[in-house]
Design a protein around this ligand. Sequence first.
Ligand code: HAM
Length: 434
Amino acid sequence: MSFQAPRGMRDFYPEDMIWRTWLFDTWTATARRHGFEQYDAPVVEHLDLLTRKAGEEIVDQIYAFEDKSGRQLALRPEVTPSLVRLVAARRTQIVLPAKWFTIAQCFRYERMSKGRKREHFQWNLDIIGAADITTDLEVMATAVDALRALGLSAEDVSLRIGSRKLVAAMLTALGVPDDQQLGVLMVLDKRGKVSDEVLAEMLRDAGIAADLAARIMGIFEVSSLDDAARQVPADSPAVAELRQLFTLAEKAGVASFLAFDIAVVRGLAYYTGIVFEAFDARRQFRAILGGGRYDRLFESLGEPPLPAVGFGFGDVVIREVLEAKGLSPQGGPGVDVCVGVFEAANWPEAMEVASDLRREGFCVDLALGAEGPKSLFKYADRRAARRVVFLAPEELKSGSAVLRDMSTRSQETVALGDVVTAVRRSLAGGIGSA
Ligand code: HAM
């Protein structure tokens, strides 16, 4: 019997939960600041909703199973198909555009590497039913706001922006037929993960002739939007859209985080327009988040078309990035008061005091098994308790308890009936009351 979690899965010990709760709270508060509503969906999804025939890595990584009635199900590897299902199921009732977010656990049978687990949580934030570029920017501005709220600046991270439409226009200009372009994009997404030689080989496997493959690889030489604009027709809507996006970014106060990057194409088949990924400045880690516009996913699932844009922001890479920068959540949850005794016989009185304090809304822990001053104060320190109320035989004889401030180590004797008032006063002001 192994006591380790299954390979690639994580246990969350209390110290990990401090991180997780802080991150989830930051994501939630950011989404709310930008006017998004929360939704949720089951971890178990219909397998056929998740499978696509575009040669995406994610489809090969699905944890699929059959239930006892023979239904083909899966642990979701991402939330986007479930979001589409939720919206499609209530299409006529949902007011569009819908600005929705969720924090969802996803499962992928990944080859394990830095930043990659077989289970992770993803903050997903999407706008369904709006096609204008302002929508793309609103989604990106929310991502930037979250990065800022986590303590990162434009010197630490950047949101690299590419465009499927632009790369498609460049592929067309190079003579790549429409029906081969998605296959080519899926290969181009592997850049940096495999060598350029392997990439060229993959292009040839996708049916691209060697000389054309070499010219396709030349796309990566493009270093600016102006540079890209020279390679497509002058009236290219893809270029106009990107220019508009960067102008809007200035107004929205997020321009310093944004950078054009032709190499960002994304590995998921459903994107149709602008795509983006956030990376740490030194590119030491994998993508912190990724997303883009997917205007044809509804159609591909047999629904009338509905434009959409959004991103997924995982909990694994961001923790690595923040830890490398020495950033971590400020303090643990701690407790307001730790109630304890010097002798086991005094637990009944201690329970009564704890109960009075809890009724008043204080977070109270009982120092169970830590009787006597030394072990009681050690326990209270470990729990980051701000105050200790203890019951000792001497004080109890006169109907009193002792209130101790754990930061100043000062103590006062308080009548049992006044403990709540004394704790409130003590926590509201004075040294160590922070
Ligand atoms: P994705 O790029 O596959 O996009 O995942 C988004 C983010 O989830 C990644 O940038 C990364 O932070 C995290 N992530 C993904 N796989 C793993 C893994 N195996 N271990 C740890 N973290 C991981 C999507 O899933 C799209 N559905 C996002 C989206 C929403 N696009 C539009 N709306």
